[in-house]
Design a protein around this ligand. Structure first.
Ligand SMILES: [Zn+2]
Ligand SMILES: [Zn+2]
Length: 586
């Protein structure tokens, strides 16, 4: 049996075989462990990710207890954060770690074996987040979004609204509805002017909670077909067809931006007034998370490089004039910004899938995270902040960094993908839309063994039927049901790497799952036999906050508080603890 390369050395050595693989018969003097070894094709490029070696894992391992302890101290009842926060962090620590169990794959031909660790499916874990994003994007492109030119509409909000948007789900939904109705009504109006009656619009929105600097910045990325779906007047009730509309102009975007700022501004003012009368957060146990969320709205760092909107007058171009800035199809009005320059051509389905993945991406990138020698967390920014010549990276204390991650975690069951118009589940037009174009068929290879990293061993394999196109002539009675793609299919689809391919056999046959191993004793025995780490990395306990050390001024504490010396065990002093300090604390 061979484990997937858990250490760098094993795979590095094998990856280094690229220079020695002549297909012709080898001279008799070349050493081969087994006959034909040297002539075998290169191993698959896939190798196990090693989450326990990442900076994120180290920070969470080292400071999670401290983070939770800190929140407990800040809550009235001592409960700290809501349970899901600690739960998400702990799940992440277990994800991909062999010591918590794995599945065992074997090649049916040559018997080559590989172990694959279980994943957590959590909302903090970057790997599971990426996997979920790939799955959702594949589903959208295969099943939901018909062939059309798509435009990405990005709407961001003023600082003052962000806390409310992040914590008040009803308000967030109302704002999204207003946004989509405004843009949808504008599209239908343009269609009517072109003589298209009864045009229907649809949209898929990705709700992102984060900005580029680990800050809380709820905003919407909406994909909308750049046109309307219309009914054939000769065949009412039949399938809809897509009619593209001319692209918007800068003036259109400026007018839409101003309308959105006014309408959503009204909505926010109304909600602010309501919350002043009756705050929606009565539960004192929610306080620590709310404080954390409010803190995360502010950009990280000791001092914001520029004043926040409530501290200073907005810049001249931000006064609601609707003035069009230099960037095409982009406007900034009263702290709102609307951007609609990015489009995907109808035949660029891969581009559409990439754009979906972009909207669904994780709040931060693991690649840009590193640890300083003093333990502080360094995060390289995607673009300088504030643009164009601001900081290119930020450095945070580990607990402050984790607090930001806690604020960026979406609440459980909060839906980050929202469907509107003809794409909504309850829309009567959904089944009459043109079907999504078929993807080129993928090899059936992995369909039998795709659940290798699923945390639940009982999960069943998913067939490849998601993209199967019904005949285009008549509308399908029911659209194909969503089928979750397996882990190996997603890897193949996103990275073009087949994790299930046997690296030994010339035919590269798919390996099959032999077993899911979760019994700690068996897992341990196998890992020890393979000389792999059989115990998970230790998780640090909370550090005690030493207030005395923190505020030590060099004075003798017992000069201040007589009780320290007098009411300890064995003390007999009658006046213990009531003696006036010789001198007050500083
Ligand atoms: Zn995970
Ligand atoms: Zn094989």
């Amino acid at each position: 049996m061979e484990a997937c390369p858990a250490t760098a050395s094993a795979s590095d050595i094998r990856d280094g075989q690229g220079t020695r693989a002549p297909a012709r018969p080898l001279p008799a003097l070349v050493f081969e462990r087994t006959p034909g070894e040297a002539a075998r094709p290169l191993p698959s490029r896939w190798r196990r990710r090693e989450p326990e070696r990442t900076a994120l894992h180290a920070v969470v391992r080292g400071h999670l207890a401290e983070l939770l302890d800190d929140a407990r101290r800040r809550s009235d009842s001592g409960t700290g954060y809501p349970a899901f926060v600690g739960h998400e962090f702990s799940r992440y620590l277990d994800c991909g770690v062999m010591a918590h169990g794995f599945s065992r794959l074997r090649c049916p031909d040559c018997g080559f074996e590989r172990l694959v660790a279980f994943s957590c499916k959590g909302r903090l874990c970057p790997s599971c987040w990426a996997r979920r994003a790939a799955d959702t994007a594949a589903d959208l492109v295969d099943r939901v979004l018909p062939e059309a030119r798509y435009r990405q509409w990005v709407l961001t909000f003023p600082w003052q609204m962000r806390y409310l948007l992040a914590t008040d789900r009803a308000f967030q939904s109302a704002v999204l509805r207003t946004f989509l109705r405004t843009v949808g009504a504008w599209m239908r109006l343009r269609a009517r002017r072109l003589g298209l009656r009864g045009g229907q619009v649809g949209a898929v929105t990705f709700v992102q909670r984060f900005g580029g600097i680990l800050n809380l910045n709820p905003h919407f990325h909406t994909l909308m077909p750049d046109g309307v779906f219309v009914e054939d007047t000769d065949a009412p009730g039949g399938p809809l067809s897509f009619v593209a509309l001319p692209p918007p102009t800068d003036a259109d975007i400026a007018a839409l931006g101003l309308r959105l700022a006014t309408r959503i501004g009204d909505l926010a003012r109304q909600r602010f007034r309501q919350t002043q009368d009756e705050p929606p957060w009565q539960d004192p146990d929610e306080l620590p998370l709310r404080i954390t969320v409010a803190e995360a709205v502010r950009p990280p760092g000791p001092k914001p490089p520029r004043a926040l909107p409530w501290e200073a007058a907005p810049p001249p171009d931000d006064q609601g004039s609707g003035k069009t800035p230099a960037k095409a199809l982009c406007t900034r009005v009263q702290g709102f910004s609307l951007h609609a320059a990015r489009t995907v051509a109808p035949d660029d389905r891969l581009g559409l899938e990439r754009l979906c993945r972009y909207g669904l991406r994780a709040p931060f990138s693991l690649d840009r995270l590193s640890l300083d020698p003093d333990g502080r967390v360094r995060y390289r920014l995607h673009r300088p902040w504030p643009a164009p010549e601001g900081r290119t990276e930020i450095v945070l204390e580990p607990v402050a960094f984790l607090r930001r991650l806690a604020a960026l975690l979406p609440a459980p069951y909060q839906n980050l993908v929202r469907y509107y118009g003809v794409f909504a589940n309850r829309s009567r037009f959904r089944n009459r839309l043109p079907t999504a174009p078929a993807r080129t068929a993928e090899p059936e290879a992995a369909s039998a063994t795709t659940t290798a990293t699923d945390a639940s061993p009982a999960a069943t394999a998913s067939p490849e039927s998601a993209a199967a196109p019904p005949a285009p002539a008549a509308p399908p009675p029911d659209r194909p049901r969503r089928v979750h793609l397996g882990w190996a299919q997603l890897l193949r689809r996103v990275l073009d790497v087949d994790a299930l391919q046997c690296p030994r056999c010339p035919a590269h046959r798919p390996m099959v799952v032999l077993a899911f191993l979760t019994d700690p004793a068996v897992v341990r025995r196998i890992l020890e036999h393979l000389k792999l780490p059989a115990t998970p990395m230790p998780v640090a306990t909370a550090r005690r906050v030493d207030w005395e050390a923190e505020f030590d001024t060099g004075d003798r504490p017992d000069e201040w508080y007589g009780c320290e010396a007098d009411c300890g065990a064995g003390s007999t002093g009658d006046d213990a603890g009531i003696r006036a300090p010789a001198r007050g604390p500083p």
